[in-house]
Design a protein around this ligand. Structure first.
Ligand SMILES: *Cc1c(COP(=O)(O)O)cnc(C)c1O
Length: 573
């Protein structure tokens, strides 16, 4: 029998012995039926899976995925070959030693404390040491040369936040009866952000420790919803390739299969027909960014919403970065995404959850974000409840148990102190700066002939790439670093970006001037190389070295080792 081959041996044995004795409850023929039934169920599953894979990725895409898999397999074997392996190990070790020297320098005179002091320090001693720590040699964000990173709402706000911290330093919202003020503030923060993103009657949300947790919770809620309402046990999610890494993290943590959809030029928005093709009965969530981190591009949220409604699948819109800038575009007099098609938030019927980072453009202290849901049922899917715990009935809304009430107080303080007028004002500063840079890259003769803005940025991030071979974008990034800028290098496609904040907005003219200088230098260097032939060695900076290597090696194990080493470095005492 040909189909015996696919049945587990144990089952085959059972079937055979049943056939021989035929004295059980079942006769030999009914076992035959059972066997065929199991076989057809198995065949059905395989066929169904293959069908969705083929339809989702297309024939070419499936072949391409297979090829990529085989290529990586061979490359990783090559990296492990004798001779090659030692070389790789040596280079990884060298790079990590350099990294350690940079991030955790063994400066003479810098005392390391790796055990508790025998006697506690005096307040003066602690203060003096804190001053030293704050003053350690660092990249200066204060003069506006660091992209993103510091979302600063001004010194006065900082002082108010410090007051709020002091008042609520011991507060923990897990005890609402002990800290009723914190419970009230948290509920109000959620209500204010729900209103900003046009939540309908019945909209609900929670505060979290940051954008990543907000995204993790939205994915968990979607997974649970699909399990409870549709018994989906092999959940899948579809995200744009430009979506934040937190979605990959969620899939890894929560055992969700991830489909990543290309965001092709010239718009760099998620390719809607590809999203549609990947939808199948296991799909638990669609995702769009407004805007995404790499390119600052808002995906076509109305089209995603239509898919979500048609296939009855939840849609998460990641407004972590957009936060209080995208929400105030209209009121600040700028074009707001898809205003003619219902916008990008809960006004669209398919949007079921939105993540908003109050610790970005809400200027709340770090460790603050909000995840919003269309209704309370969806919020409840992220709750954790243990009714029979020996420690008592346990219920917590999100990942953490105990949470810092001080941070909630800091967030509430920021929202109340800024007010609508404050956010409209900061929106003006940030968007004006982004437009200034975008326009310079598109129109300045030096810049427009070498660089290309990616898509149509509408919010605070502007990304650009090089459109001529003589200007390597990673060299541009490294030269700007040498001038004290701290911008982001991006990969696939090779590009770089700046996320404007209030401090960086003030420095935009300087950025344009430095960019012009750097591009002129790069062009001159290319000219020099051309005249002298290829003899002149090109000196590679950090970005060029890392992304040059990362881009040329299909197997990411080396990049993984470097990244792991980087994380280890963070804990060098
Ligand atoms: C910053 C950001 C997040 C979340 O990041 P956290 O660092 O966890 O706050 C999510 N999505 C986008 C687009 C972001 O820019």
């Amino acid at each position: 029998m040909a189909n015996n081959a696919v049945l587990p041996v144990a089952l085959q044995n059972k079937l055979m012995s049943a056939k021989n004795t035929s004295s059980g409850i079942f006769s030999a023929t009914s076992f035959k039926y059972l066997r065929n039934l199991i076989f057809f169920l198995f065949l059905f599953r395989v066929t169904r899976k293959s069908f969705y894979t083929l339809r989702g990725n297309g024939v070419v895409g499936t072949l391409r995925n297979g090829y990529a898999y085989i290529r990586i397999l061979f490359y990783s074997l090559f990296l492990r070959a004798p001779g090659v392996r030692g070389q790789v190990d040596k280079q990884v070790a060298e790079t990590l030693t350099k990294l350690e020297a940079k991030l955790a320098p063994q400066t003479p005179g810098l005392i390391r404390y790796t055990g508790l002091p025998k006697q506690g320090w005096s307040p003066d001693q602690v203060r003096a040491e804190l001053d030293k720590l704050a003053g350690m040699d660092h990249t200066k964000w204060e003069d506006g040369r660091v992209s993103g990173a510091v979302y600063h709402g001004g010194d006065e706000l900082l002082e108010l936040q410090t007051t709020a911290f002091g008042r609520f330093a011991v507060a923990n919202p897990i005890h609402p009866d002990v800290f009723p003020g914190v419970r009230k503030m948290e509920a109000e923060v959620v209500a204010m952000v729900l209103a900003l993103f046009n939540a309908p009657e019945g909209g609900a949300g929670v505060t979290t420790s940051g954008g990543t947790e907000s995204i993790l919770m939205a994915c968990l809620s979607a997974r649970q919803k699909a399990y409870v309402e549709r018994r989906v046990t092999e959940p899948e999610m579809i995200i744009p390739e430009t979506a934040h890494a937190a979605f990959n993290k969620a899939c890894q943590y929560f055992g969700i299969k991830l489909h990543t959809v290309p965001c092709p030029a010239p718009n760099y928005q998620v390719h809607i027909p590809s999203v549609r093709r990947l939808i199948n009965p296991n799909t638990v969530l669609l995702v769009g960014s407004a805007p995404n981190f790499p390119h600052g591009i808002v995906d076509e949220i109305p089209a995603l919403s239509r898919l979500a409604v048609k296939y009855k699948i939840p849609l998460h819109v990641d407004c972590c970065l957009g936060s209080f800038v995208i929400a105030f575009l209209k009121r600040a007099g700028y074009p707001s995404p898809y205003e003619d098609q219902g916008g990008f938030d809960f006004r669209l019927p398919g949007v079921t959850s939105i993540s908003v980072d109050t610790h970005k453009y809400g200027f709340a202290p770090k460790g603050n974000s909000v995840v919003l849901y269309r209704n309370r049922t969806m919020r409840a899917y992220q709750y954790f409840i243990l009714p029979n715990w020996s420690g008592g009935v346990y219920a917590s809304p999100s990942i953490a148990g105990s949470r810092p009430g001080a941070l909630i107080a800091g967030c509430w303080t920021s929202l109340m102190a800024m007010g609508e007028a404050g956010y409209i004002d900061s929106c003006h500063q940030i968007i004006a700066a982004a437009k200034t840079l975008e326009q310079a890259i598109r129109e300045h003769p030096t810049l427009s002939s070498a660089l290309q803005v990616l898509g149509q940025p509408m919010v605070s991030v502007v990304a650009w790439t090089s459109k001529v071979p003589e200007v390597d974008i990673y060299d541009v990034a490294d030269e700007l670093s040498a001038k004290g800028w701290h911008l982001n290098a991006l990969q696939s496609p090779a590009a770089m970006h700046v996320a404007f904040t209030v401090p960086t907005a003030a420095a935009v003219e300087k950025l344009v001037a430095d960019l012009v200088t750097v591009v002129e230098q790069e062009k001159a260097k290319a000219e020099e190389r051309r005249r002298q032939g290829q003899k002149v060695e090109r000196k590679k900076g950090d970005a060029a070295a890392l992304y040059g290597v990362a881009g040329s090696i299909p197997d990411k194990s080396i990049v993984n080792r470097l990244a792991e080493g980087f994380l280890d470095t963070l804990y060098l005492a």
